[in-house]
Design a binder for this molecule. Structure first.
Ligand SMILES: [Zn+2]
Length: 422
């Protein structure tokens, strides 16, 4: 493996020139995670006492105790808070913006310290796979953005964007591998797409150190396939625009919480609630992220917190499949069924299940399974019968989904009309 030191060092120098001391903060991340829970709590308490972020009731939060008793903050409240801050002349250097999967845009502004902390957490995660932030990244994303600003950003970050979809897909994958990236980063659906193309090509290539899947749910069978084809470990990242990386998968398969300043709780009714105790540009105190996750603890010391995200259940509306108004089952069951089908038949494809009415599910797949969609639909029905104890109607949807996978998506879309009871 050639280490392209000059280019890597250039990126790190550019970070420093921008006032982003990544290494210093990464060491702080390592140190915080090396502490016991009690010592870490002391350190976070000190930080809160100094910063005193406001909770959604406008009360200063000066300790972890005060945090616990704080009300949660929803996206609308955050938007209002940010607008107010702007009027008061709040100044931040870096903006992050997302259209949001819920259709509600989120505007996040960061100062240098905050951006440096985020990048440091990323660097910390990457090191687990023998990588450093600033090494060559092949990013599988939506179509590459035009414009000088994104070109400059890609240059600074030492990355190139590839879009392995459409008539040029094969050339795109070949170009990607010839560029010899240190790692691949992107949406699971695009990585899967690229893996399938590569699988059909006879191409010699140097395996990357790691393939990082972000933003979408990915099945274990799909991950195993991506890993096999690219001859590299696959790590799942869970994050959001507001917090960047929240959880990162270790080589033993736990999605550990990795940002020591970001606290994650699981509220029964509101889903994932997240606080950044270090943030000063915005107050993100018990913020409702809109995702549902289940947290568990492990003895595994490989990365970050002992707490890890066991299940990623996605957006609230897409959590449950309904048989009738009062009968539902967890949409994760679809993923379990398809994962089992893929393991048994030794093939991979993407799928999405749509629900337009009670008790009836339409199945789409990116490519037809070897035995056809009808066979897969029957298999899922059979699996669900064992789970819910009654027949569940699963049918193949009419048209193949276009593999235009540049938006974050899940495998289950609950698309019933809001007034379907009427
Ligand atoms: Zn682990």
């Amino acid at each position: 493996m050639i280490i392209r030191w000059p280019r890597f060092l250039l990126t790190r120098l550019l970070f420093l020139a921008m006032g982003l001391p990544i290494t210093r903060y990464r060491k702080e991340v390592e140190q915080l995670w090396s502490f016991s829970k009690e010592v870490r709590a002391k350190s976070l308490n000190r930080l809160l006492a100094r910063i005193g972020p406001l909770n959604s009731a406008g009360v200063e939060v000066n300790s972890l105790g005060a945090l616990e008793s704080s009300p949660s903050l929803d996206k609308t409240q955050l938007r209002n808070q940010s607008a107010q801050k702007q009027r008061n002349g709040g100044k931040s250097r870096f903006g992050r913006h997302t259209a949001g999967t819920t259709g509600e845009p989120t505007q996040v502004s960061l100062d240098r310290k905050e951006l440096a902390r985020m990048l440091a957490v990323r660097d910390y995660c990457f090191r687990h796979y023998g990588l450093k932030l600033g090494q060559r990244e092949a990013r599988l994303w939506g179509r590459p953005e035009a414009g000088i600003k994104s070109r400059l950003k890609n240059f600074v970050m030492n990355r190139r964007v590839f879009h392995p979809v459409g008539p040029e897909a094969k050339n795109e994958v070949a170009a990607l591998l010839s560029w010899k990236p240190d790692y691949l980063y992107g949406y699971a659906s695009l990585l899967l797409e690229a893996a399938q193309i590569l699988d059909g090509m006879e191409m010699e290539f140097e395996p990357p150190k790691c393939v990082i899947c972000t933003a979408e749910s990915v099945l274990p069978a799909q991950k195993a396939y991506i890993s096999r084809v690219f001859r590299a470990p696959v790590a799942e990242e869970y994050g959001s625009t507001e917090f960047d990386v929240i959880a990162f998968e270790c080589i033993d398969g736990h999605r550990h919480l990795v940002n020591p300043w970001v606290l994650v709780e699981n509220a029964e009714d509101k889903g994932c609630i997240v606080t950044d105790v270090s943030r000063t540009s915005q107050s993100l105190v018990r913020y409702e992220l809109g995702d549902y996750v289940s947290l568990e603890s492990t003895e595994c010391p490989l990365l970050g917190s002992p707490e890890f995200i066991h299940q990623l259940e996605g957006r609230s509306i897409n959590r449950f499949a309904f048989l009738s108004k009062n009968e539902k089952f967890h949409a994760l069951e679809f993923a379990r069924a398809v994962d089992r089908y893929q393991s048994v038949s030794d093939e991979v494809f993407e799928f999405t299940v749509y629900q337009y009415e009670y008790g009836r599910f339409e199945l789409e797949t990116s490519i037809s399974p070897k035995k056809g969609r009808q066979d897969l639909s029957r298999y899922i029905s059979g699996y669900l019968y064992d789970v819910v104890g009654k027949p569940v109607d699963v049918i193949p949807a009419g048209e193949k989904i276009a593999p235009e996978s540049s938006v974050k998506k899940g495998y289950f879309i609950q698309a019933m009309e809001p007034n379907h009871d009427a």
